[in-house]
Design a protein around this ligand. Structure first.
Ligand code: G1P
Length: 314
């Protein structure tokens, strides 16, 4: 039984955000701007994910970057010159906005020199963990899992059942080959039917080989044992060291792994189409941009809409 006091403890102190990718799907924009800094309305995707980590009790954010992506970390550092200018000109609302990222949590970075895969990126974090930390949260910045709060549920599951806990979403069967896919079984004593035990996990399977349509949705609460498993894996899907394969190894070793099936929504910021949906969704919720955007969208989507033509007459 867990005591009420231990229930108050966050399940982890360090949240890891892998941000070392090249962002090729967003070229040419990502030639000079890291994908993680592209704005969802006006806020970089990575700031939204860092906010989620802070809300769920994380004290420290470790960003895994690649050489040349320093601006991702710089976004979380105070810019006193900018703040001074905004303050002097009375732009308090903007000042408050730029102060959010540096005040969320302590930010640190580790560099992944080579693009060897998500598993390799996570393995780089071990060297900066304190001995007392027995788990880490990993949040993939391509995934916005909404509404926020799934990490807290995952923390409760870890406290009750130990081991590692991941977030799953249901995806259409023709999309399973884009995700890590779970094989699961029900947990007989689970009060929450969305908590399942994971009996296997496979990265980007063919549709015919997929054990289910439950996909990893970019939120992982991993026992420290993951680092040992990461040392033992070989390159897998796409020739990369896959986090999925290290989790599969933990399961094989008898380590408890559960998923919380998230029934809310999720945006995929990893490609322009998904990013646009997220931006429209967030903008529609805002008082400053929502009403005008809604009005324009209704007009744009109406059957009476006609594309403006260039007048070529004299
Ligand atoms: C990664 C993981 C995959 C997971 C996905 C979620 O894949 O390897 O298991 O389902 O994120 O977004 P990626 O999208 O980076 O190829």
């Amino acid at each position: 039984m867990t005591s009420p006091a231990s229930d108050m403890q966050p399940a982890f102190r360090t949240a890891v955000v892998p941000a070392a990718g090249l962002g090729t799907r967003f070229l040419p924009a990502t030639k000079t701007i890291p994908k993680e800094l592209l704005p969802v309305v006006d806020t970089p995707g990575i700031e939204l994910v860092a906010g989620e980590a802070a809300d769920s009790g994380a004290q420290r954010l470790v960003i895994v970057t690649s050489p040349g992506k320093n601006s991702v970390v710089a976004h979380f550092v105070e810019d006193l010159v900018l703040e001074g200018k905004l303050e002097a000109s009375g732009k308090t609302e903007l000042l408050n906005k730029v102060r959010v990222a540096p005040s969320l949590l302590t930010v640190q970075s580790v560099v992944q020199e080579q693009p060897l895969g998500l598993g390799h990126a996570v393995s780089r974090v071990e060297e900066v963990l304190d001995d007392s930390e027995d788990a880490i949260a990993v949040l993939l910045p391509d995934d916005l899992v909404l509404p926020r709060g799934v990490l807290e549920v995952m923390g409760r599951v870890r406290r009750k059942r130990g081991g590692s806990v991941l977030c799953a979403i249901e995806v259409p069967e023709d999309r399973v080959s884009s995700y890590g896919i779970f094989e699961t079984e029900i947990v007989p004593d689970a009060v929450n039917p969305n908590v399942l035990r994971v009996t296997g996990m496979v990265e980007k399977p063919d549709r015919d080989d997929a054990p289910s349509n439950l996909a990893a949705a970019g939120r992982y609460l991993l026992d420290r044992e993951i680092f040992d498993a990461l040392r033992r894996i070989e390159p897998g899907a796409g020739g990369e060291l896959q986090l999925t394969d290290a989790i599969a190894l933990l399961i094989k070793d008898g380590h408890p792994v559960h998923v919380v099936v998230h029934r809310g929504s999720r945006h995929d910021l990893g490609n322009p189409g998904g990013f646009l949906r997220a931006a429209v969704d967030f903008a529609l919720e805002r008082d400053d941009y929502g009403p005008a955007l809604r009005e324009w969208l209704e007009e744009r989507l109406s059957p009476n809409w006609a594309a403006p033509q260039l007048t070529t007459d004299e």
